[in-house]
Design a protein around this ligand. Structure first.
Ligand SMILES: Nc1ncnc2c1ncn2[C@@H]1O[C@H](COP(=O)(O)OP(=O)(O)OP(=O)(O)O)[C@@H](O)[C@H]1O
Length: 260
């Protein structure tokens, strides 16, 4: 393992909401090709951590490096341009746009003709648009919903909408893809398909950070896992190491927390 295969390095992240310390000195290192899991009981700080690294919340402290370069997660669009794409716990698609258009929106982060080209429909814009469309269709096929390209996003099943969000995230060609509870609301069959998809994305060389309540799914999928509890990082390691960590067992079984 060398320094150069580190995709995201986060050190000493803290975030306070009024009197509540939502994150306290949290750090993770994600290497190329890993699926990295973030777990913890309700209110542990997982979403806050995701929101910090994707520019939705400003941390009180912490340092960040993405692909070996210092990185400041400020505005959401800058985070996407820097190379982190995310999905949301509560799906955020454009419901009245087609599946294909939703993915094309993601791809526009990486195009060069920009707004002027779009307004005047220049030759380079049109060529770029055709390439974007082709790539968007490819990504829909890749996540297994190619046949729904022309369907409005809102008409897709819940599981397919989650896969569409993943296709849109992949469209930005990210260094890191961050999945916020991708299995939420899925039935057992959909979870199996999701697991296969995440495995395939990893095998194709991508790096993935995942928050997930389904501990079984996380343990089966993740190379490394961090466990948060009341904003503190109580364990970090391989799935097997984390599973037998006493603090983790206690946090999940302890009073006041609902086990998942
Ligand atoms: N914008 C906010 N303002 C105030 N408090 C917040 C805010 N966001 C989160 N919190 C608080 O910070 C703590 C951590 O919340 P967070 O949503 O990060 O936990 P989580 O691990 O994602 O929980 P869950 O599994 O329920 O999604 C909670 O006590 C929550 O109430």
């Amino acid at each position: 393992m060398s320094q150069s295969d580190i995709v995201l390095q986060v050190q000493g992240v803290s975030k306070r909401f009024g009197g509540l310390q939502a994150l306290q000195d949290v750090g993770i290192t994600i290497r190329k090709g890993q699926v990295y899991g973030l777990i913890g009981p309700n209110g542990a700080g997982k979403t806050t951590f995701f929101n910090v690294i994707t520019g939705l919340y400003t941390p009180d402290g912490g340092t960040f490096e993405l692909g070996g370069a210092p990185y400041v997660p400020t505005a959401v669009h800058e985070v996407a341009a820097a190379g982190i794409a995310r999905t949301f716990q509560n799906i955020r698609l454009f419901p009245e746009m087609t599946a294909l258009e939703n993915v094309m929106v993601g791809r526009h982060v990486r195009t060069s003709s920009g707004l002027i080209g779009a307004v005047f429909r220049t030759a380079s814009f049109k060529a770029e648009e055709a390439a974007i469309k082709a790539r968007a269709q490819e990504l829909l096929d890749y996540v297994g919903i190619g046949k729904y390209a022309e369907f409005k996003a809102r008409t897709l099943s819940y599981g397919d909408q989650r896969r569409l969000e993943i296709a849109r995230a992949l469209a930005t060609d990210p260094k890191l893809i961050a999945l916020d509870e991708p299995a939420a609301g899925m039935n057992a069959t959909e979870k199996v398909v999701l697991r296969e998809l995440i495995d395939r994305i990893r095998n194709d060389g991508r790096t993935i950070l995942i928050i997930e309540h389904d501990v079984k799914l996380v343990m089966g999928l993740c190379d490394r896992v961090t466990v948060l509890d009341y904003g503190k990082q109580i364990a970090e390691g391989t799935s097997a190491e984390v599973q037998r960590n006493e603090k983790v067992i206690e946090a999940y079984l302890g009073a006041g927390h609902k086990p998942h």
